[in-house]
Design a protein around this ligand. Structure first.
Ligand code: BTN
Length: 259
């Protein structure tokens, strides 16, 4: 991937500004800094390599050169996004899932922010924001996708088995084209973020639906139950052994199927 290729795939899209880096610390760090300096809505950062890629819960995110998609998109929140902040994670997850589906793959979203192929993680999403006092200024939608095999971290460095699009598809795809597909879907879904149709589409891609799962939260006992679906605010709904709904909020959570 280089600037010329990116330009070919992205120039017809209504993005405000695009910054491409051969190598960078973290596209999310750069996006947060750019957002604080006034980056307009729909500014995009892409890097071929990240040296300090970040995942959730202070984890590092592996982005070796020439093999992954590492991007961060800056949104200046609309009223819909202010009303449904957690849905923005779903916006990116669903947009990637639909792009993978178009390639003939069968993606699933491991709530809240992983995308799986054949039960292995192919992408992770990190949504962050900037604030002025209590006012939400910008949302940064960051995503890393393992496109080529070389971007899959070694097995001893991951907490959930990982895979790549190359492995699952048996061929290499153009990263810039995948990015274009994802951005097109983000732009399409964005005005519909508050609708039931968005929630249903997101819910329709959930991994482990109808199965027993365990959700660990930062503190307290893990919750075990059957994965039922999503609440209006994007929280996860389980059914416990007494058929009672248990709601798990967005946050520092780990979801796993119960073996
Ligand atoms: C996770 O699975 O924990 C989330 C991983 C998010 C990684 C992406 S790569 C692009 C963007 N820049 C970062 O530093 N992190 C996100």
């Amino acid at each position: 991937m280089n600037e010329t290729q990116l330009d070919r795939y992205l120039s017809s899209l209504p993005l405000s500004s695009i910054r491409y880096y051969d190598t960078i610390g973290s596209t999310n760090d750069e996006a947060l800094a750019w957002a604080s300096q006034g980056a307009p809505d729909l500014s995009l950062i892409i890097a071929d390599e990240q040296t300090k890629g970040r995942g959730r819960m202070e984890r590092t995110w592996f982005t070796p050169p020439s093999s992954a998609l590492a991007m961060s998109l800056i949104l200046r929140p609309t009223n819909i996004e202010r009303a449904h902040p957690a849905r923005t994670t779903g916006l990116l997850a669903l947009s990637l899932a639909e792009s993978l589906l178009k390639l003939g793959l069968v993606p699933q979203i491991k709530w809240p922010n992983d995308v799986l192929l054949t039960n292995r993680k192919v992408a992770g999403i990190l949504v962050e924001s900037t604030w002025t006092g209590s006012e939400l200024d910008a949302i940064v939608l960051g995503m890393g996708v393992n496109v080529l095999n070389a971007s899959v971290p070694p097995a001893d460095q991951v907490s959930f088995l990982a895979t790549s699009i190359e492995t699952e598809l048996g061929r290499i795809i153009e990263r810039a084209q995948l990015l274009r597909d994802i951005v097109i879907r983000v732009l399409d879904w964005r005005p519909n973020l508050g609708t039931d149709s968005f929630l249903e589409s997101w819910e329709g891609c959930l991994a482990f639906r109808g199965q027993q799962v365990q959700v660990e939260r930062g503190c307290g006992n893990p919750v075990i139950g059957e994965l039922d679906g999503l609440e209006q605010d994007g929280s996860l709904r389980l059914r416990d052994e007494h058929n009672k709904s248990v709601i798990v909020q967005f946050g520092e959570v780990h979801l796993r199927p119960v073996a």
